[in-house]
Design a protein around this ligand. Sequence first.
Ligand code: SAM
Length: 246
Amino acid sequence: MRQYDILTLFPGFFQGPLSESILKRAQQRGFAQITVHDLRSYAHDRHAIVDDRPYGGGAGMVLKPEPILEAVANLRLEQETHLVLLTPQGRPFKQAIAQELVEHHHLLLVCGRYEGFDERVRALLAPDEISIGDYVLTGGELPALVLLDAVIRLIPGVLGDEESARYDSFVDTLLDFPHYTRPQSVKGLAVPDVLLSGDHERIRRWRRKEALRRTQVRRPDLLQQAELDEEDRQLLTEIDAEEENG
Ligand code: SAM
């Protein structure tokens, strides 16, 4: 079973998300053990203070290094632990990083608050610093949940039907193809005929083509990085011809 420990000043933040849907099922079925730890319990002064004013002056508070260092020392499992610091200054989180992280059997996620961490936390612990995007949130709790959700759904067996993650966007670089369900027609918009044909090969080809089309239109940067085969190049030629003919 994989083990995920979260260090936070706001343990209550995780109650809802960890007790719903895939994250709940992964725990119930023994794929993942998720434990939330209160950073404040590692502060030993009378008021359990974990932050302090910044040297040099200015606004905001900084997370003190000692409670974090002690917590990490306490929660780290020798050799096995991969330590992740959630920070907007980290490497941008992507599907490929989720795939990399699911290989680790123990992740320790440290959530920041206020102005962030005392710089010596980085220097002393050399964590894997991860950002979930180029924007600043109030704390690392939402980023930790984003990361955990993306990683845990990749543990073999968690989704039940392994096929359901196979064609997800970014898994093989491209965006996912469009999906349809009943009814067959909604306000004059019909499901493409090919999806009703029962012809598995035609359906596979159509889905691949629409994944390519969607990626070309919305994320041409991804198409540049994708490993395309002969069929993909043929499909892209067809797409270009269709676009030219309106
Ligand atoms: N002063 C910091 C900076 O500009 O780099 C931002 C601090 S932010 C208000 C407080 C905490 O939220 C951070 O320490 C980090 O843990 C978390 N956080 C905010 N935005 C994030 C993001 N995009 N990705 C990951 N963590 C983030």
